[in-house]
Write a protein that binds this ligand. Structure first.
Ligand SMILES: [Zn+2]
Length: 336
C-alpha cells in the first residue's frame, strides 16, 4: 500500500549523460523537495480542517496534534535528501497542519530536525533505506499512543529545545502524499480506511482551495463511513463500489459545510474536474458519470444549508441518509 518516495532518487540522476561523475545539484534537490512539501502541506491543511471540524460526527475520533514527520530513510536518495535539507540525522518535521496544535505552537517549522519523541529517539530505530517507510509509520503510531496515554507529548529538536503539545479530537484518518514513477498511478487519489492518499500529480492540485478540499472530503468520506471495511465484508462487486462512491460524493457538502467551506464546492469540483478527467467507460463501471455525481452532491446542499442555519452544524451522524448499512450489508431497497 505504501508508495515509494522516489523523488530524491529521480532527481539525483545526472543532468547531462556525458558528465562523469555527475554532480548533485543541491539547489535543484531542495526545490524539488520543497515542491513536494508544498503539495503535502496543502493536503495536510485541508485534511486537518475537515477531520477537526467533523470530529463531533465521526464514529471514530482520536487525539491529534496535526504533526507529520519525515524520515530521510524514506527518500530514494537518503544522503542526498539529508544534505539538501541540512540534517545531521534522519528525522525532521514534514508538516504541521494549519490550525493544529503543532502549528499553533510555532515550534514545528518545516525540516526542523527532531531527536526525541518523548522518551524515544526515532533515529535510533532500525531502518533499511532507501524508500523505507517503517520508521515514519512507527513514529506516527508512537505519537498517537503517547497522546492517548498521556494527553500530550514532548518533542525535542536538534540543539535541545523542546516543545510540549496537547492534542485535540479529530476524525481518525491520516493524509499522505505519494510519488510514483508511473504517470497514471501518481495522478490518483484514494482512501484505504486508515489513510487518504493523494498522488503528487493529481489534477486536483491545480484546483482552487474549496474544490481541492472537496476532493479531500470525498476521500475522507470513504474512511469515516467505513467503506473499505464494508467492501471487505460484502465483496468488491461493481454494484457495491457504486453505492459507496455515491455515499462519499453525497457526504462531501456536509463535511465541507462543517469545516467552513462552501458546500457547493463539491458540485463545482465535479463539474470542472469531472468534465476534464472523466475517463469514460472504464471509470463509469464503478462511478456514476460526472454530471450525475454533481447532481447528487447538489441534491444534498439544501438540507445542509438548512441545518447550518438552524443548528450551526450539519450533523451527518444523525441526518445523513445512508446507501449501505455500515454494520451489515445492503439496506432494504425501500430505505434506499
Ligand atoms: Zn471514491
Amino acid at each position: 500500500m505504501m508508495r515509494a518516495l522516489v523523488l530524491a532518487a529521480m532527481l539525483a540522476a545526472p543532468l547531462a549523460a556525458a558528465e562523469a561523475p555527475p554532480a548533485i545539484d543541491y539547489t535543484a534537490e531542495r526545490a524539488a523537495i520543497a515542491r513536494y512539501q508544498d503539495a503535502n502541506q496543502r493536503l495536510q491543511d485541508a485534511g486537518w480542517r475537515l477531520a477537526r471540524a467533523n470530529a463531533a460526527f465521526c464514529p471514530k475520533v482520536i487525539p491529534s496534534i496535526g504533526l507529520q514527520l519525515q524520515d530521510m530513510a524514506s527518500y530514494g536518495g537518503p544522503d542526498v535528501a539529508r544534505a539538501a535539507l541540512g540534517l545531521t540525522r534522519d528525522f525532521a518535521v514534514n508538516a504541521a497542519a494549519a490550525g493544529s496544535p503543532a502549528a499553533l505552537s510555532g515550534a514545528f517549522t518545516r525540516n526542523r530536525e527532531i531527536v526525541r519523541l518523548e522518551g524515544f529517539d526515532p533515529n535510533d530505530w532500525p531502518a533499511t533505506p532507501p524508500m523505507a517507510w517503517e520508521r515514519t509509520t512507527r513514529a506516527h503510531d508512537h505519537i498517537d499512543a503517547m497522546l492517548v496515554e498521556h494527553g500530550g507529548i514532548t518533542i525535542t529538536f536538534a540543539g535541545g529545545e523542546e516543545a510540549r503539545v496537547t492534542p485535540v479530537a479529530v476524525c481518525a484518518s491520516r493524509f499522505d502524499l505519494f510519488a510514483d514513477p508511473d504517470p497514471d498511478i501518481v495522478a490518483r487519489i484514494y482512501a484505504d480506511g486508515k489513510r487518504v492518499w493523494f498522488g503528487l500529480a493529481s489534477p486536483n492540485f491545480s484546483s482552487a482551495e474549496p474544490e481541492f478540499a472537496a476532493a479531500v472530503a470525498h476521500e475522507l468520506a470513504h474512511n469515516v463511513l467505513g467503506h473499505d471495511a464494508w467492501l471487505d465484508r460484502n465483496g468488491r462487486k461493481r454494484r457495491h463500489v457504486r453505492l459507496i462512491e455515491r455515499e462519499a460524493d453525497r457526504l462531501v457538502p456536509w463535511l465541507l459545510a462543517n469545516a467552513g467551506y462552501d458546500p457547493e464546492a463539491g458540485v463545482r469540483w465535479m463539474t470542472v474536474w469531472g468534465k476534464e478527467h472523466d475517463s469514460g467507460f472504464k471509470w463509469r463501471r464503478t462511478h456514476d458519470g460526472w454530471d450525475e455525481r454533481a447532481d447528487m452532491m447538489a441534491a444534498e446542499v439544501p438540507q445542509v444549508l438548512a441545518l447550518m442555519a438552524a443548528e450551526g452544524k450539519a450533523d451527518w451522524a444523525r441526518h445523513f441518509r445512508r446507501e449501505i448499512d455500515p454494520a451489515g450489508g445492503l439496506l432494504p431497497r425501500a430505505k434506499r
